[in-house]
Design a protein. Structure first.
Length: 337
């Protein structure tokens, strides 16, 4: 079964081909970072227009590079939400139209489902059940995952997600877009502990997160005086350490709460090397296991969408194929089945 995956939820256009027998056949991603950098953030209308330009070309390129024809596609998965409405509509329109033309099923995929299943593309893949820490740009969530479509929300951010806090803090430190990776690079040159930042909700007794106050604490520090380059690096390191401390502590608590021993980490912040190192240290010490997608699959991509669609087909979960175009810019992961 050959599945075409299409991702267009925000500022990456992703196209991939996945075959359960052969694995990932093609995986192409076009990033819009250079275009949005001029504005310091994603401009939704520009993002949508760029998806229109790039998506058909990437589909043809993926087919050509993998040596297959459109007629060999057995199903098409696409991101139906959450995300930018206009960007989602581009991918959904192309996917539903192509599915109708080829007379194959179309499978609307939840963007975060793609992320949390992406570590299963690795050679040493985790098995169900496990706890998933989703740390993508706009979401920080802990989920219990018992199977494809079987997700229980354990906790989530009540305000800014970790990725949002990284980006906003990067702006406060004068770093260019995209801010999160730039802040992580600056933090490598700094020393945590020279500034005293809070660890929000660290001892709240639940599995929820809050990072808005941490960002405000950074704002207060930057306004107190003009920081030297060394101090900016130290503040970045302390901020990153604060976020990692909270994510690690809540992940450990989620594993203890569920009685599970495997943690899957997915989403853009999941590529953060300090987070991975800290989680590995803590979980190995307890005899547990942390699983991550390849760094190239942490950001938005078509591979995770094609893979999720293939797993849904294999599990006999609902498909579409009626040509209806429907996207959900806001879509709770725990609500899907």
């Amino acid at each position: 079964m050959l599945v075409l995956g299409i991702e267009s939820s925000c500022d990456e256009t992703g196209v991939a081909l996945y075959d359960p027998d052969r694995g990932l056949v093609a995986n192409l991603v076009h990033s819009q970072i250079a275009m949005h950098a001029e504005y310091g953030g994603v401009v939704p209308e520009l993002a949508s227009r760029d998806h229109v330009r790039k998506l058909p070309l990437l589909i043809e390129q993926a087919l050509a590079e993998s040596g297959v024809s459109r007629e060999q596609i057995d199903a098409i998965g696409y991101t139906a939400g959450p995300g930018l409405a206009g960007a989602l509509l581009v991918g959904a329109s192309v996917a539903e139209s192509l599915a109708m033309a080829l007379d194959v099923p179309s499978i609307p995929i939840h963007h975060l489902e793609g992320h949390l299943l992406s570590p299963m593309l690795a050679d040493d893949a985790p098995t169900f059940p496990f706890v998933a820490l989703l740390v993508s740009g706009g979401h920080t969530q802990l989920m219990r995952v018992d199977g494809v479509g079987a997700y229980q929300l354990l906790g989530e951010s009540v305000d800014d997600a970790a990725g949002e806090a990284f980006d906003k803090t990067a702006k406060l430190l004068g770093l260019p877009y995209p801010g999160g990776p730039e802040l992580a690079r600056l933090a490598e040159n700094g020393v945590a502990g020279r500034f005293a930042l809070p660890r929000p909700m660290l001892r709240s007794g639940d599995l929820d997160f809050s990072f808005s106050g941490l960002k405000t604490a950074v704002l207060t520090a930057t306004r107190a005086r003009t920081l030297s380059e060394a101090e900016r690096a130290d503040l970045a390191a302390e901020f990153q350490q604060a976020v990692v401390d909270v994510l690690v502590a809540k992940s450990v608590r989620a594993l203890e709460h569920t009685g599970l021993t495997t943690l899957v980490v997915a989403g853009g912040v999941g590529a953060n090397r300090h987070l991975r190192h800290s989680l590995d240290q803590e979980l190995v010490r307890r005899g547990w296991r942390a699983c991550y997608p390849a760094p190239s699959l942490c950001t938005d991509n078509g591979a995770m969408i094609a893979f999720a669609a293939a797993l849904r087909c294999r599990a006999g979960l609902p498909e579409r194929g009626d040509g209806a175009i429907c996207v959900r810019p806001r879509w709770p992961l725990a609500s899907i089945g």
